[in-house]
Design a protein around this ligand. Structure first.
Ligand SMILES: Cc1cc2nc3c(=O)[nH]c(=O)nc-3n(C[C@H](O)[C@H](O)[C@H](O)COP(=O)(O)O)c2cc1C
Length: 367
């Protein structure tokens, strides 16, 4: 019997299977960064009875933007758009958490108010590209946040969490992974601050923990999750002692009583597989330090997903790329059906092609 298809609990929610749709930025919102009709269709297709979806990363402020076309949660006008998404997921019996996002230095001046520099813990640029309205552009040099600005950013996360509540979500996930702002504070390769947000890990973790507490103040601890990517190198990230950094963070998040910890394995660099065949080491390392639900992500196939939930190193497994091309992924895994291949060229931006036109297994076999 497959353990992936045994019930489990995430916070107050009982799920009927352990396959999570990973957060996936697809950049298909309407002007005003409002969720579009196409997005409603896309999430409807991927909602399953008793299954959990984590929404695409959603900026909590204009400064938190790095990908033109991503939907926002920084203004009240975006709430009604999201409500259509959450209603559709609930109508199919699913649950959906909103991923709260601030890209920090992974942005470009063209995306920032008045063409200002993006903000970061320290003025150190990342290598890579932001997605502006005119196409890809190298990340701009960021400026270091003043100490007095930090409470304002934490407040942006809190108000984003509050709007998510008003939009009918079941909870929120803090995007603490993949080299975005909370991760930039955590890892010492991007944080050279000498105030209480830099230096020892107790200080570097402060920003993520305060953001998490802000979300908890809105939702209660059992409907807040946090995503981290220990040893992740996406966004030019590095840390001198990842086991100590992420061990500390995990222990503290456990103390806060959050619903789940979502761990991206370092064999994945953002969206690319860099270490084929490497076992899920981060999840295994952190499991003893976290007492509630643990979600593993990054490079899982049906067999390795089954193996990790059977071993107990994770309670659920999030799939990213396979969920893009297999809207009925849980059903396919349950029936042992083959998976459709994804088309990388349509991942970011565009229209229905490569977004809502992947067929379910039944339609594919009828074609
Ligand atoms: C197109 C695309 C967009 C992504 N967007 C996000 C995102 O918004 N937030 C996030 O935490 N991870 C994001 N990721 C990473 C995935 O959630 C996941 O960790 C990664 O794809 C590895 O899982 P997989 O091997 O199952 O695809 C994205 C990945 C892809 C391919």
């Amino acid at each position: 019997m497959s353990r992936l298809f045994t019930p489990t609990q995430v916070g107050p929610y009982r799920l009927s299977h352990r396959i999570v749709m990973a957060p996936l930025t697809r950049m298909r919102s309407d002007p005003g960064d409002i969720p579009s009709d196409l997005m409603v269709k896309y999430y409807t297709q991927r909602a399953s009875d008793g299954g959990l979806i984590v929404s695409e990363a959603t900026p909590v402020s204009i400064r938190g933007y790095g990908y033109a076309g991503a939907p926002g949660i920084y203004s009240d006008t975006q709430i009604a758009g999201w409500q259509r998404v959450t209603d559709a997921v609930h109508a199919n019996g699913g649950r959906i958490f909103l991923q709260l996002w601030h890209v920090g230095r992974q942005s470009h001046v063209d995306l920032q108010p008045n063409g200002e520099a993006p903000v970061a813990p320290s003025a150190i640029a990342a290598e890579g590209h932001a997605y502006t309205k005119r196409g890809e552009a190298p990340f701009s040099m960021p400026r270091a946040l003043e100490l007095r600005e930090i409470p304002g950013i934490i407040e942006e996360f809190r108000s984003g969490a509050e709007r998510a509540l008003r939009a009918g979500f079941d909870g929120v996930e803090i995007h603490g992974a993949n080299g975005y702002l909370p991760d930039q504070f955590l890892q010492d390769g991007t944080n050279e601050r000498t105030d209480e947000y830099g230096g020892p890990i107790e200080n570097r973790a402060r920003f993520l923990l305060e953001v998490t507490q802000a979300a908890i103040s809105v939702w209660g601890s059992d409907r807040v999750g946090v995503r981290i990517s220990p040893s992740g190198t996406y966004g030019s990230m590095s840390d001198s002692n990842p086991p100590a950094t992420f061990g500390y963070v995990t222990t503290e998040l456990d103390r806060l009583g959050i619903a789940y910890l979502h761990v991206v394995e370092p064999r994945i660099k953002g969206t690319e597989e860099i270490s084929h065949g490497q076992a899920p080491i981060a999840t295994q390392h952190l499991r003893p330090k976290f007492s509630r639900t643990l979600i593993a992500a990054g490079g899982f196939a049906p067999a390795s997903a089954e193996a990790i939930v059977t071993s107990g190193d994770a309670d659920l497994v999030a799939f990213g790329r396979h969920f893009i091309s297999n809207p009925d992924l849980p059903e396919r895994l349950r029936r042992g059906l083959p998976l459709s291949r994804y088309d990388r060229s349509t991942f970011y931006g565009g229209d229905a092609r490569g977004y809502t036109d992947y067929p379910t297994a039944d339609l594919a076999s009828a074609a």
